[in-house]
Ligand binder design. Structure first.
Ligand code: GLV
Ligand code: MG
Length: 332
């Protein structure tokens, strides 16, 4: 290990991040009962400019009156380039009560954006004597944000997670797509002709670089990496495939922009029981090996060593966090 250790963000189950417009009180009521790991009440892009003020009031009321059960609750404020943002922070924190866990900052471009919101939140928390510290969820969804992602990830001890906002990222980078997430039939590799002249088309994942970069910046700073929205609500298989690609790269959750995507996101981000079982066996086998003074052994015909222990510990810790949340929800 490096002498520099990453600070770990507050441990939270974040397989699913459910988006709900603050302008829709009925949807917020439904979301509160959904059991989604994290619910974010939106003041930004899902709310029309004329509805911003009423959405803010709706969210404050929802935070004070709805029972969100075991879900963590976040509010997505407006961007720092708007005149709504300061009042989003002030009113939601001053009037929303204690239930709120996090603030989601959209379109973060530089570490100073995080610093500015941190400064406001810190002042308000102190002024109102808030005991529970607000965490930050940061959306990386612009070329500027991606360029500065490492510094952004390290910008505040409040930071908990980095989210890849594929729709705005596509707009900001000028990517040739108008759908939200998923593959693109123009992003393919055409193989050279085979002996019979035939050629194959292999689909690539145009978001691979962006997601991998967000994952590395997040993990290097002890944060959760979360994949953003998938727009085709009717395409469960497409959602699953996108979620699995992100999870395989190290994301631990994905947005749901419709309640039907909650179970899909959970499923993709639950560590498979078989792998958790193998992880536990790795830990047991290595404990025994170490007691005998051995650093590497074979298990099921595969070599395992101290790195396998670290992988297994991550897997088991995640399964235990998810299990503990399910137990709490079962008891409630
Ligand atoms: C999310 O905010 C996105 O732009 O994809
Ligand atoms: Mg966006």
């Amino acid at each position: 290990m490096s002498f520099t250790l990453s600070r770990r963000a507050v441990p939270r189950v974040n397989r699913c991040e459910l988006a709900v417009p603050g302008s829709q009180p009925k949807m917020m009521e439904k979301a509160a009962a959904s059991g989604a790991d994290v619910i974010f009440l939106d003041l930004e892009d899902a709310v029309a400019p004329d509805d911003k003020v009423v959405a803010r009031a709706n969210i404050i009321k929802a935070l004070r009156t709805l029972d969100f059960g075991e879900s963590a609750v976040s509010v997505r404020i407006n961007g720092l380039d708007t005149h709504y943002m300061y009042r989003d922070v002030v009113d939601v924190l001053e009037q929303g009560g204690d239930r709120l866990d996090m603030i989601m900052i959209p379109k973060v471009g530089t570490p100073s954006d995080v610093y500015a919101v941190d400064m406001m939140v810190t002042q308000i928390e102190t002024a109102i004597g808030r005991k529970k510290q607000i965490g930050f969820e940061l959306i990386i969804e612009t070329a500027l944000g991606m360029q500065n992602v490492e510094a952004i990830a390290a910008a505040s001890p409040r930071n908990e997670s980095l989210h890849f906002g594929v729709a705005d990222y596509a707009a900001s980078t000028g990517a040739r797509t108008t759908v939200i997430g998923g593959p693109n039939r123009d992003y393919v590799v055409l193989t050279d002709p085979a002996a019979d002249g035939s050629r194959q088309t292999h689909w690539g994942d145009m978001w691979h670089y962006a997601i991998a970069r967000v994952v590395v910046a997040a993990r290097a700073n002890g944060l959760r990496a979360i994949d953003g929205p998938f727009g085709d609500i009717a395409d469960a298989d497409g959602f699953r495939a996108q979620a699995m690609r992100a999870a395989t790269l190290g994301c631990e959750g994905k947005w749901a922009i419709h309640p039907s995507q909650i179970a899909l996101a959970n499923e993709a981000n639950n560590p498979p029981a078989k792998e958790v079982d193998r992880a536990r066996r790795i830990l047991a086998a290595m404990k025994e090996a170490q007691a005998q003074g051995r650093g590497a052994i074979t298990l099921d015909g595969r070599m395992i060593d101290a790195a396998s222990v670290r992988q297994a510990e991550v897997m088991v810790a995640k399964a235990e966090l998810i299990g503990a949340k399910a137990n709490r929800a079962g008891r409630a």
